[in-house]
Design a protein around this ligand. Structure first.
Ligand SMILES: Nc1nc2c([nH]c(=O)n2[C@H]2C[C@H](O)[C@@H](COP(=O)(O)OP(=O)(O)OP(=O)(O)O)O2)c(=O)[nH]1
Length: 142
């Protein structure tokens, strides 16, 4: 039987479609073991009482050492392991931000052009979200 997690029990994971100079940042997870080696949109769990956009900025600072700002929500949300759901925001680096480094949770980063978007093995559960980003990218996302 399939059980849908009730809205109130869901925990939002925010993922960043961090764009710079026409490229999207992909991050390779180093942990936990079942996700390690696969690629994701950097981000993390929204804490109680936190706005998703604030969580995004916090997670990108903690994980990548960057100073980023959210730009807009990518419509949709995608189920992860219960009780998590993935929501995605486009984001950009603020002027003067350090370049991203894999400080936490990741062991490799890649800036992907649209033509390279599917060159990395994304987490299966991220594929529909990346597809949505890709569709909007083609329509002038920057
Ligand atoms: N950040 C992120 N997490 C994802 C994606 N796809 C996906 O299945 N996940 C999973 C991995 C984790 O189980 C969960 C988010 O955990 P996390 O480890 O990134 O978040 P966090 O920093 O807040 O977690 P924590 O270590 O503080 O517990 O969502 C994705 O695209 N981005």
């Amino acid at each position: 039987m399939t059980r849908t997690t009730p809205e109130a029990e869901r925990i939002v994971v925010v993922g960043a479609a961090l764009l710079d100079d026409g490229r999207l940042l992909a991050a390779r997870r180093s942990a936990p073991a079942d996700l390690a080696g696969r690629w994701e949109l950097p981000g993390g769990k929204v804490e109680a009482g936190e706005r998703p956009e604030d969580a995004l900025v916090r997670e990108l600072r903690e994980e990548l050492g960057v100073d980023a700002e959210p730009v807009g929500r990518v419509p949709g949300q995608w189920p992860l392991r219960t009780p998590y759901v993935l929501q995605v925001w486009t984001a950009r680096l603020r002027p003067g931000s350090p370049a991203p480094s894999p400080l936490q949770d990741h062991d490799e980063l890649r800036w992907l052009t649209p033509a390279e978007l599917w060159d990395v093995p994304w987490l299966d559960q991220d594929v529909p979200a990346v597809r949505e980003v890709s569709a909007r990218w083609g329509a002038g996302l920057s």
